[in-house]
Design a protein around this ligand. Structure first.
Ligand SMILES: C[S@@+](CC[C@H](N)C(=O)[O-])C[C@H]1O[C@@H](n2cnc3c(N)ncnc32)[C@H](O)[C@@H]1O
Length: 287
């Protein structure tokens, strides 16, 4: 269940408490996720990859390029880029996630560095060091300050480097996703507010009802706020793509169609984007 906080003047102690709660949530979820069908670690170790087909198409060749994955979870997306030849670094604030990422990298015999840190707090050697900064599905909603995120992404990019974001569309977080919801209903904020949405969760998107009861705190960021944050950070957007279907039933009422993807029910006349991708470049010429 999710609840929306009343307007409230959050202070540093609130943010510290929310961050710690979210870190504990991701430590708990990591142990569930590595065993889940959703993530399919066994398939990855057998040579599969976790990327969506449009990601390599949109980002282009990565062989020999340095790639920093912000909020890498236990590294399947990061290591998928390593399989394609990128020199990868992943950062996540969950010790459990980073531990599992290192274990999977070793099992898959893929070179990678995983760092346990807040994405804002990377060592100075990361400044302007990467050809690509990559962010993947389910990341931005956990951050209270999208401008701070965008500034960090820009700081880690080398001149001419590329920020590539492949994310759930902010509209998805607006719609009812209670398990018994039978259709899309506008229920949660679209535009940013300082107060988080509070989640009392039993299980995660990968293993609903798994018994892992946790509290989590997320923040709305509209598409306009995300793109404007990227521009304010000094990056130049090249494209913003919106996708009407997803690869898994991220909302309980999505219907699987003949293409194998999940869409809003056919009985609904209206449309709503479910995913987006954004590519933006840093100023300067690549070395
Ligand atoms: C859904 S995962 C995104 C990665 C990838 N799409 C996946 O599903 O494997 C979100 C990740 O964000 C991490 N995270 C949340 N807030 C963070 C922060 N402030 N700094 C670093 N990592 C953070 C969590 O630990 C979690 O592993």
């Amino acid at each position: 269940m999710r609840t929306i906080r009343e307007p409230y003047a959050a202070d540093a102690a609130d943010h510290a408490r929310w961050t710690e709660s979210n870190r504990a949530l991701w430590d708990t979820w990591t142990e569930v996720h590595v065993r889940s069908d959703h993530y399919d670690v066994r398939g990855f170790l057998a040579g599969g990859e976790s990327l969506q087909s449009f990601e390599p198409e949109e980002l282009g060749p990565v062989a020999g390029r340095s790639l920093l994955h912000l909020q890498c979870h236990f590294g399947l997306d990061t290591l998928s880029w390593a399989r394609r030849g990128a020199q990868v670094t992943g950062v996540d604030f969950s010790p459990s996630a980073v531990g599992q990422a290192n274990a999977i990298a070793a099992q898959a015999d893929l070179p990678a560095e995983f760092v346990c840190a807040q994405l804002y707090d990377l060592p100075p050697r990361f400044d302007h060091a990467f050809d690509i900064v990559y962010v993947s599905f389910g990341s931005l909603v956990w951050l209270p300050d999208i401008d701070r995120w965008a500034r960090s992404a820009a700081r880690y990019l080398a001149p001419g480097g590329v920020l590539y974001v492949a994310e759930y569309h902010p509209m998805v977080h607006v719609l009812d996703f209670d398990e018994d919801a039978d259709g899309p209903r506008l229920r949660y904020p679209y535009f940013h507010r300082a107060e988080p949405v509070t989640h009392d969760l039993d299980g995660s998107y990968a293993e609903p009802g798994s018994g892992a009861a946790v509290a989590g705190y997320t923040w709305a960021h509209s598409l306009g706020e995300i793109v404007t944050g990227v521009i304010r950070a000094g990056l130049r957007p090249e494209f913003l793509h919106e996708y009407p279907s997803a690869w898994f039933p991220m909302l309980p009422y999505l219907e699987r169609r003949a293409d194998g993807r999940y869409w809003l029910p056919a009985r609904i006349e209206g449309e709503c984007p479910l995913l987006f991708t954004l590519r933006a470049t840093a100023p300067g010429a690549p070395a």
